[in-house]
Design a binder for this molecule. Structure first.
Ligand SMILES: [Zn+2]
Length: 236
């Protein structure tokens, strides 16, 4: 499935105002896009070429100047606070991930420490989640009244789960009681309403994994292209 350029483009205009914009533009593995000669052709690359790969002419000006395509992955930084975090059960998104591979999920506290449940039981991890997809549930800034209520219970719920006999390695079951059940249980407690597993996956997990899959596909298309550039028709 091709990327929805319109959505990306909206986000880029935002990221161009970001103060890290200069750093990102120089970064070798960050995806950039621009338009040169054809208003219908987006050109994606890691490094902005001197000559347009489409018309072969030297680039003097742009129809759309180079912008950064925001990555849906956290890159080499601690996960954000108050978030659901997702990573492949084995390996990493960038190097190993294939669509339909198993995913492992956790939930972060105020400090971005990840609480998660797997075959070793419940654990709190400060490392090992540097390249995950992060779904921020309470954003920085001004939380709503409801979010303030959640924040009061958030860290206490996660901390007390470490001692809860519900989340021992003996009780772990790949199908019946796994990392999803743990996160859903925590969120249900924090938000004070029961959450359904199917809705949770539908509403939170799938939209994010779809975004990641699209981004990884684009990354590979550039990597495997002959000239380091990948073309895409507008509106696709
Ligand atoms: Zn051109």
């Amino acid at each position: 499935r091709p990327l929805k350029i319109k959505n990306i483009y909206k986000k880029i205009t935002f990221s161009r105002r970001n103060e890290n914009y200069g750093n990102l533009m120089a970064h070798q593995s960050v995806i950039k896009l621009f338009k040169h000669c054809d208003p219908d052709i987006f050109i994606f690359c890691f490094q902005i070429p001197h000559h347009c790969p489409f018309c072969k002419k030297e680039i003097i000006s742009y129809l759309v100047p180079p912008c950064v395509v925001p990555s849906p992955l956290n890159e080499n930084e601690k996960p954000k606070a108050y978030s659901i975090v997702i990573k492949p059960t084995n390996g990493s998104f960038m190097s190993d991930y294939q669509e339909n591979d198993d995913l492992h999920i956790g939930i972060t506290n105020l400090y971005g420490d990840v609480f998660n449940f797997d075959s070793v039981g419940v654990q709190k991890e400060k490392e090992g989640w540097d390249e995950c997809a992060c779904i921020v549930l309470i954003k920085d800034g001004s939380p709503s009244d409801e979010e303030k209520e959640w924040m009061k219970k958030w860290n206490k719920c996660l901390s007390s789960s470490l001692k809860d006999t519900q989340w021992t390695k003996e009780r772990y079951d790949e199908n019946q009681l796994n990392c999803y059940d743990y996160v859903i249980r925590m969120l249900s407690k924090i938000q004070g309403r029961e959450m359904n597993k199917q809705d949770f996956v539908q509403d939170h997990i799938l939209p994010t994994t779809k975004k990641v899959a699209k981004y990884l596909k684009l990354h590979k298309s550039i990597l495997w292209s002959e000239n380091g550039c990948h073309f895409q028709q507008s509106g696709q």
